[in-house]
Design a protein around this ligand. Structure first.
Ligand code: NAD
Length: 487
């Protein structure tokens, strides 16, 4: 891997502390960082290099999977880090930053490969990109890349505007848009699940699959993020990005030995094939809801309206479910149901593939008590693949479901941020969101946002600690299905 400088905007923030520095350190420990590298942390807080290095060490102590125990290794890592106070709109400050970057490049004798990481609030993305260009930081004799956090826009037009601004400084192939769901090992596995397993590949289409259900359920409420969440809702926070990315990863059909470009073009194809939902029809395909008071394990849970910082009478969706049709040859007629919510009964991110129940389609019911075959891909908190089949109980003579479970992953395996930062350092964009995918996702979501804004569809309520509103069950009942694994 080529030597480089890692310039981190927002280095004193929560994400840097919990994810980014631990990721860099773990890569370092696992010998996945370049031989020589420099990290420049930026922020408004008053640190010098030494106090910032101590701050980073504390972050590693608290959040890193590899604890900073080996003194030699910790010191070697911390020695690579410098800190610079920089307000994002301080143009003179960028000149100072350029000097620091160049000095470190000279000291380490490394090429001008520069990775810029924006771990700051989205309103700063544009001004930082402009200043990177104007200061000369972005004019390098090596490569330059940008890693950018979500949210990428608030709606279709703001996303387009942001992309246009960024593209004045960075070419598309230099932009790595983080969607940390794409860093989850089981989501990354979707790339090879169908393409390397002929048994699954043969079934991965509308001849055999009855429906696909993608769930991302959280048990937490809005926590301390009320100010952000109340203007965002589940549709922007989860649906437009993570849920649609997982859908694209599930529905793409790749040849074995595929390339990055294959992944991107297949995902784009799926995004293009999403049947649009008009503002007028949103109520038929979308269920939005908000949690009311409830309980979990005997503990009372407040309603969304009673959470600190929520605007009284807020109509923000804390739950959203959608029926999505993918108008593609392989998926014609297969509904994809996606749902995500806060304060749900269990924390679980999973994909359920329900296979067609051939027996029941026969004129004569040969195995009426057979359950549909199912493949459940559990992404979080467990990582496993479960296959449900039928077998005959020899005592009762009746069919019963049986499951085979394949556990994936191990303790102390790399986290999403490690995998993603490692890929970005190598210039591998497979698991980052291309602008085409982001734009197509916003295009699909935009009429639904407008329907929400105009209150064209009701806001349902569900008790905190449950699986969501009854209306989300009705969404599936239209095609004769139900959410699987809800008890
Ligand atoms: P944070 O508020 O904890 O940190 C923000 C950082 O920005 C700090 O380092 C602060 O010094 C810096 N900053 C603020 N104003 C500045 C200014 N005027 N000039 C220079 N620096 C300034 O935020 P965070 O939780 O670390 O999130 C950072 C970004 O990552 C946001 O875009 C957020 O949406 C995104 N994100 C965060 C998480 C998470 O888990 N925290 C997850 C996904 C995405």
């Amino acid at each position: 891997m080529e030597a480089m400088t890692f310039v981190l905007f927002g280095s004193t923030g929560d994400l840097a502390k919990r994810k980014i520095f631990p990721a860099l350190y773990n890569l370092f420990v696992d010998s996945k960082m370049p031989e020589a590298f420099s990290v420049i942390g930026l922020g408004r807080k008053s640190f010098n290099d030494a106090t910032f290095q101590t701050y980073v060490e504390q972050a590693l102590e608290e959040f890193s999977r590899n604890k900073p125990e080996n003194r030699e290794s910790v010191d070697a890592f911390l020695r690579s880090i410098r800190y610079h106070i920089l307000n994002v709109d301080d143009t003179a400050g960028y000149q100072e930053l350029l000097k620091i970057v160049e000095t470190r490049e000279a000291e380490l004798n490394i090429p001008q490969n520069r990775m810029f990481y924006m771990s700051v609030a989205p309103e700063f993305f544009e001004v930082i990109a402009t200043n990177i260009k104007d200061s000369g930081l972005g004019t390098t004799t090596g490569w330059k890349r940008l890693i950018i956090e979500k949210p990428f826009g608030h709606d279709l037009s703001s996303a387009r505007q942001l992309n246009e601004q960024l593209s004045k400084t960075f070419a598309e192939e230099e932009i790595f848009r983080i969607d940390h769901y794409l860093g989850k090992p089981m989501v990354q596995n979707l790339e090879s699940l169908a393409s390397t397993n002929p048994a699954i590949q043969a079934l991965w289409n509308n001849r055999h699959i009855a429906n696909v259900q993608i769930t991302a359920a959280e048990t937490v409420g809005v926590e301390e993020r009320a100010g952000y969440y109340d203007h965002t809702g589940a549709i922007r926070d989860m649906m437009q990005n993570h849920m649609l990315q997982v859908l694209m990863m599930t529905a793409m059909t790749l040849p074995a030995g595929h390339t990055v470009d294959d992944v991107r073009s297949h995902k784009k194809h799926i995004a293009q094939s999403l049947r649009s939902i008009s503002k007028e029809d949103a109520h038929k395909h979308i269920v939005r809801a908000q949690y009311s008071a409830g309980e979990s394990n005997g503990k009372a849970l407040a309603s969304y309206q009673d959470e600190p910082g929520i605007t009284p009478g807020s109509m923000t969706d804390t739950f959203i479910a959608a029926r999505v049709w993918v108008d593609d040859f392989s998926w014609q007629g297969v509904p994809f149901y996606i749902r995500t919510g806060k304060r749900m009964k269990e924390k679980s991110t999973r994909i359920v593939i329900e296979f067609k129940d051939v027996m029941k389609n026969e004129d004569i019911c040969v195995a009426c008590d057979a359950q549909p075959n199912m493949l459940v891909i559990s992404i979080n908190p467990d990582q496993k693949i479960t296959l449900q089949l039928n077998h005959k109980n020899v005592i009762t003579g009746r069919l019963e479901p049986m499951t085979a479970e394949f556990k994936v992953g191990s303790d102390n395996e790399p986290e999403a941020y490690e995998l993603l930062i490692y890929d970005a350092l190598r210039g591998d964009a497979t698991f980052f969101a291309h602008w085409d995918e982001v734009e197509l996702s916003w295009q699909w979501v935009q009429p639904i946002l407008e329907a929400f804004a105009d209150n064209d569809l009701p806001i349902h309520h569900y008790a905190a600690g449950t699986y969501g509103p009854e209306a989300s069950n009705e969404l599936l009942a239209v095609e004769g299905f139900q959410w699987l694994k809800d008890q």
